[in-house]
Design a protein around this ligand. Structure first.
Ligand code: CA
Length: 228
């Protein structure tokens, strides 16, 4: 799962990114309202932590703009302000939750788990299902609904598999995949994508799934989910 932290206070932003990475999330940061807005519009993020007091334009304006664009990514507002007005405005604009600074990291992590469970209709408990494939988001285990075989995925394999499953039957470009799995600033070569796709293909075959990752020449890959 990939999280964007929009927070202009560098110390807090870096601490959040460190904590989230330590918990196995992928996290990127943005410093200003417009930078945050631009990154959210890439569609690469599953959840946004959004500060209210930001340079250029504030978090409420970011939220207003993304909801007007029809972007329904879950958003947790972070703010030093604890006024009821801000909270009401944020919720009216479509924030999913609200945390007043200073907050404890375990509290934030609990809210993230709650909001991300609420946000995606396809997650049942900790399991993501697409076609006959089942990905356990806690144990990183891939299995197939038609038999009892399962296989453990490495961290990058898991991130790639989750991304493919959440976007099944859609073509994802190598560039999208690289940004998503290796990070926005990563120099990761596109080759990595091909290598990890080949790992995943072997594992999909091992669990005897009828789903497959197909190559789309010159573009990227697509998970063709089996009929269930
Ligand atoms: Ca701020």
């Amino acid at each position: 799962m990939k999280i964007l932290v929009v927070e202009d206070e560098e110390g807090l932003r870096e601490a959040l990114i460190r904590t989230l990475s330590g918990e196995g999330y992928l996290a990127d940061g943005a410093e200003t309202g417009d930078e945050g807005y631009t990154l959210i519009c890439t569609g690469l993020y599953d959840l946004v932590l959004l500060d209210i007091m930001l340079p250029v334009y504030d978090g409420l304006e970011v939220l207003r703009r993304i909801r007007n664009q029809g972007i329904d990514v879950p958003v947790i507002m972070l703010t030093a302000r604890s006024t009821l007005d801000d909270k009401v405005t944020g919720m009216d604009l479509g924030a999913d939750d609200y945390l007043t600074k200073p907050f404890a990291m375990p509290e934030l992590l609990a809210r993230i788990r709650m909001v991300s469970r609420r946000g995606t209709g396809t997650v049942t408990d900790s399991r993501l299902r697409t076609g006959d494939l089942i990905l356990d988001t806690q144990t990183y285990t891939l299995s197939c609904s038609n038999n009892s075989r399962s296989v453990r995925l490495g961290a990058k394999e898991y991130q790639l598999m989750e991304y493919l499953m959440r976007n099944a039957d859609q073509v994802l470009s190598r560039e999208q995949i690289t940004q998503r799995v290796w990070g926005y600033d990563a120099d990761a070569e596109y080759n990595n994508v091909d290598v990890y796709v080949s790992f995943l293909r072997k594992k999909i075959k091992f669990v005897q799934s009828e789903s497959k990752i197909s190559s789309v020449r010159g573009v990227g890959y697509e998970l063709e989910a089996s009929a269930t």
